[in-house]
Design a protein around this ligand. Structure first.
Ligand SMILES: [Zn+2]
Length: 266
């Protein structure tokens, strides 16, 4: 029975974090859709080349998001239209209301979003994680049969920061602050999806975000991911990692990590 996956992310290109998983389930015949909170055209947004100007950035990044989702074999993405860089200014319940509307329209079985640390404590990521979680919690009482059954957070284990200088040294310039990698305690990861077969597709989808990268002489984007050499790259990025936020996984079940978002589904 095909199921519907809905990934709700803050900015165009954040979908890449769970892109291999979405592509894998879409290829297996499930429905996979990305909803993006913003157009990615806030004050901290970067423009790396002539693909966009400050005036066109929002429109260009929506097109890049659509191209990325098409590359991954997903349905056309939905843009919620919150202001990039100001998502945390929206009251959680008001934003959750929008998400409940999405749940009613799309009837997702599984919802995926940012982990509560926001990866590197980006306030927009943290806000999206919070309002999607709130919507999930309200759904049972408010929309009954349209309520999704599972909530996952995509997450990077904190040990990546210890073992890899590239993670440790990476900084994002957000609201005048240099934000570094945070990640989640490794033991909180409940689920690992093997995406080795989709890693090339994922990098191709990433490259659709043209305005966000410098390109080398072969036309390949110079991204954080491609800066890490093989075989480390496949070892790190050939798997996407998640925390099953609801229903929760008990600590003794956690030793055996799930390898399927629908593990134990009846
Ligand atoms: Zn983001």
């Amino acid at each position: 029975m095909p199921k519907t996956l809905l990934a709700i992310v803050a900015h165009p290109d954040d979908e890449i974090s769970t892109g291999g998983t979405l592509a894998r389930y879409a290829a297996a015949g499930h429905r996979a859709i990305v909803a993006c909170a913003t157009r990615g055209d806030g004050v901290d947004a970067k423009i790396k080349n002539d693909a966009a100007t400050p005036e066109t950035l929002g429109r260009v990044r929506q097109q890049e998001l659509a191209a990325s989702c098409a590359t991954l074999g997903l349905e056309r993405p939905i843009v919620l239209g919150f202001q990039d860089g100001e998502v945390d200014a929206v009251p959680v319940d008001a934003a959750a209301e929008r998400v409940l509307g999405l749940f009613l329209a799309l009837r997702p079985d599984v919802v995926i979003t940012h982990d509560p640390s926001g990866g590197y404590a980006h306030p927009d990521h943290i806000a999206v994680s919070a309002f999607v979680t709130r919507a999930f919690e309200r759904a049972g009482a408010e929309i009954g049969p349209a309520a999704p059954r599972r909530l996952y957070y995509f997450a990077l284990p904190r040990s990546f920061g210890q073992s890899l200088a590239a993670f440790r040294e990476r900084r994002a310039d957000i609201r005048g602050q240099q934000l570094g990698f945070v990640g989640v305690p490794d033991e909180l990861i409940t689920t690992q999806i093997d995406i080795h077969d989709y890693l090339d597709l994922k990098l191709e989808a990433l490259a659709q975000h043209r305005s966000q990268f410098d390109f080398d002489e072969h036309g390949k984007p110079k991204t954080f991911t491609t800066s890490i050499p093989e075989p480390e790259r496949s070892a790190l990025f050939g798997v996407e990692r998640f925390i099953r936020a609801a229903p929760t996984v008990s600590p003794d079940q956690r030793n055996e990590r799930e390898d399927d978002l629908f593990a134990g589904w009846d």
